[in-house]
Write a new protein. Structure first.
Lengths: 272, 355
């Protein structure tokens, strides 16, 4: 079983990438579980054709965790991809990070963490230990950073690389960086910039996903691109990504950049 | 009076903010103290308060309620659990309710003050007591005293009386110390208005502002004294008296604040002290050696001065080979405190002489 996690700045396209990745992996005949680890709980919506599935934490809140079964929290979407949303407390109250930890403990107890590939789609910023849970021992062994060429996005990716580097120092840790995925904003020289960033943090660019209108159109149809336009170039990109990730055996411990390195890196690439 | 170097004393400058606050709020006897957090925070403190009361020959049971938060309360927020506990507390018809926070609810950001602000027909007073913010037992005492004081209103007129502020409720000698202050103040014609807070009821807090002066238990409570002065206009003396001279200075200071000439009172007290010292003539000329009360504790900074003063008054010689005398912690209160201290010195000196 391969377990991967997608991290990256909020709004960068993690959920779109994750859902299309899961759909494409399922197209290879693999059994896929995608777990949304964001209180906004919109990770699996395109796989579920727009349905908001009940979140694990909603169920815990309403019924307590005693009587919950795997069938209550796991829903089959496009191509049989099994979908789970962790959910979270109401905005502005409680502790979402602890909610992620509780969700993982419940999924373990229900023996729901199985399949050929588990895709963890995680909140943009690793704001506390709870959101680092998918990187911890026993869960995702490969983290993929999703970023565009925008500096804020690279800054966020660098921060996540710090979390990976820190966690990888723990004795039993198996968490590594699988690679960097560039979800393009169509900035000039974007691919080269992200490629160089990946190299400098001791990783590599494993996929370049160009910006394409079909992503938005598919979203309006509440579908993944892989389902909505299977013959499109964009669908081919996701299929290629799926094959690369599934076959990836080269991972690394990242060497995140210091702030001044990040700034001088930006100056090298951005035309002013 | 307590010169026993028990861990209880040292923990005032360590320990948990919550425990310090509870040592105050549980002394409002018709109030309920709600501890908003996991059940263990309440159990632990209930045990500590109950056991300490028993060892001080007090049979009261602290009125504590826990919101009993568990993991789901942390994830989804504990405010509903607090609402439920408040309803439960109010159903028990207390005269007031204190709500004390814990580390975990402050971490997840429960808005305890907002929930306490709702009208429930009974005063509900929040006390911030999360220990992890770096406060100690003493911080909890201060926070609780200021919170309890919010139930007082400025007085239209004051009487010639004093409040005792921040008595050390977990200590053995609290009542003896209060009796000594009462005795000293009676020399100036001043009575005790309110023990703030020890063994009182909610309605008693209303008369907090009627005193002419607040007597703080120790200088660490100065922020509370200043707060009470600002809110209710009552000036304060910042410590119970310690030492022979210190006790006379205390009378002078209280007299000055209350506009009373203390000359006669001081003379009477000096004579009282001389009579007290004469009862220890039998140990005159002995050798003594003052020591830290406990390897883990530094003595009260004022203790050395107080002991040296007594040694001189009794013509004792301070000598490394003398009878080992532990420095009192905290300092003994008033002349009566010194008398009890000297009784212990006598025992130690005789033991040394017997070899």
């Amino acid at each position: 079983m391969k377990q991967i996690a997608l991290y990256g700045k909020g709004g960068i396209g993690k959920s779109t990438t994750a859902a299309n990745l899961s759909a494409a992996l399922a197209g290879e005949g693999l059994d896929i579980l995608q777990i949304g680890c964001d209180p906004k709980h919109d990770s699996t919506r395109m796989l579920m054709h727009g349905t908001w599935i009940p979140t694990v934490l909603d169920l815990i809140r309403e019924r307590g965790d005693e009587t919950i079964t795997a069938d209550d929290v796991v829903y089959r979407g496009f191509r049989g991809v099994r979908c789970v949303e962790a959910g979270g407390p109401e905005p502005g109250i409680g502790c979402a990070g602890r909610g992620i930890i509780a969700t993982f403990q419940l999924l373990e107890r229900l023996d729901a963490l199985k399949g050929d590939v588990i895709v963890y789609d995680v909140l943009g910023d690793v704001v506390c230990g709870g959101f680092a849970m998918p990187m911890r021992e026993g869960y995702a062994q490969e983290v993929y950073l999703v970023t565009s060429g925008e500096l804020m996005s690279i800054y966020a990716a660098n921060n996540i690389a710090k979390a990976i580097a820190r966690l990888s120092r723990r004795v039993r840790s198996r968490c590594t960086l699988g690679g960097v995925i560039c979800n393009a904003k169509n900035i000039e020289g974007e691919q080269e910039l992200v490629e160089e960033f990946a190299r400098r943090i001791n990783s590599r660019l494993i996929a370049y996903i160009p910006r394409d209108r079909v992503v938005q159109i598919a979203e309006l149809q509440k579908q993944t691109v892989v389902e909505y336009a299977p013959e499109s170039d964009q669908a081919a990109v996701y299929q290629e990504l799926a094959r690369t990730v599934y076959g990836n055996e080269t991972t690394s411990i990242p060497t995140p950049l210091e702030m001044d390195e990040l700034e001088s890196f930006a100056l090298e690439f951005v035309q002013v | 009076m307590n010169s026993n170097p028990s861990p209880l004393n040292s923990s005032r400058y360590e320990g948990c903010t919550l425990t310090g606050a509870l040592s105050v709020t549980t002394e409002v006897r018709d109030a309920i103290s709600i501890i908003h957090g996991p059940a263990g925070c309440t159990h632990h403190n209930f045990s500590l308060l109950h056991a300490t009361h028993l060892s001080n020959d007090r049979l009261e049971v602290p009125r504590l309620l826990s919101t009993r938060l568990t993991e789901n309360g942390i994830i989804f927020g504990g405010e509903d659990a607090l609402e439920e506990s408040l309803a439960r507390a109010v159903s028990l018809a207390p005269a007031s309710v204190f709500v004390l926070s814990t580390c975990i609810v402050e971490t997840i950001g429960d808005d305890v003050a907002a929930i306490c602000a709702k009208d429930r027909g009974v005063p509900v007073i929040p006390v911030p007591t999360a220990g992890f913010l770096g406060g100690v037992f003493e911080t909890g005492v201060r926070n609780a005293l200021s919170s309890v004081a919010s139930l007082a209103r400025p007085a239209t007129e004051t009487t010639l009386s004093a409040n005792l502020v921040g008595e050390k409720n977990l200590e053995y000698g609290a009542d003896e110390n209060a009796t000594e202050i009462e005795r000293l103040l009676s020399r100036l014609g001043i009575t005790i208005n309110l023990r703030f807070v020890r063994g009182i009821e909610t309605r008693d807090i209303g008369r907090l502002s009627s005193a002419a002066v607040n007597i703080l238990r120790e200088p660490a409570l100065r922020p509370v004294g200043e707060d009470l002065d600002r809110r209710l206009g009552t000036p304060c003396v910042d410590s119970f008296p310690a030492g022979l001279t210190g006790t006379c200075l205390f009378l002078e200071e209280v007299g000055r604040i209350c506009g009373i000439d203390a000359t006669a009172a001081v003379e009477e007290e000096r004579a009282h002290q001389a009579a007290m010292l004469s009862r220890f003539d039998d140990i005159a000329g002995s050798r003594v050696c003052f020591q830290s009360p406990h390897p883990m504790l530094r003595g009260d900074p004022g203790a050395v001065a107080i002991c040296t003063e007594c040694a001189e008054a009794l013509d004792l010689t301070v000598d490394p080979d003398g009878a080992a005398i532990p420095l009192p912690y905290p300092a003994p209160v008033g002349t009566a405190g010194l008398r009890r201290m000297l009784h212990r010195w006598r025992v130690l000196i005789r033991e040394k002489q017997r070899g």
